[in-house]
Design a protein. Structure first.
Length: 83
């Protein structure tokens, strides 16, 4: 089915498949950043880059994403231990 919009859709398959739809994006191009902490993966879509030359340094971006994921895991651990 065509919803007359552009969006990022991710699919995970481990014997069966599951998908998730991202937010609508402007235009017809999007860059994805992939971050991983242990077995947790995150995809960050950014449609603000019009050209390859405007992309941020991937090492800095990955380190920043990993730091944010580790902070989120820490907060989740605090919630779990308080329960």
């Amino acid at each position: 089915m065509d919803f007359d919009t552009n969006a990022v859709v991710s699919v995970v398959t481990n014997q069966t498949s599951d998908d998730t739809n991202g937010c609508n994006i402007e235009g017809d191009m999007v860059w994805l950043q992939v971050a991983r902490v242990n077995n947790a993966f995150s995809l960050i879509a950014d449609d603000s880059f019009a050209a390859f030359e405007n992309l941020p340094d991937p090492i800095y971006s990955a380190e920043e994403a990993i730091g944010k994921l580790q902070q989120a895991i820490g907060l989740l651990n605090e919630v779990v231990t308080q329960s």
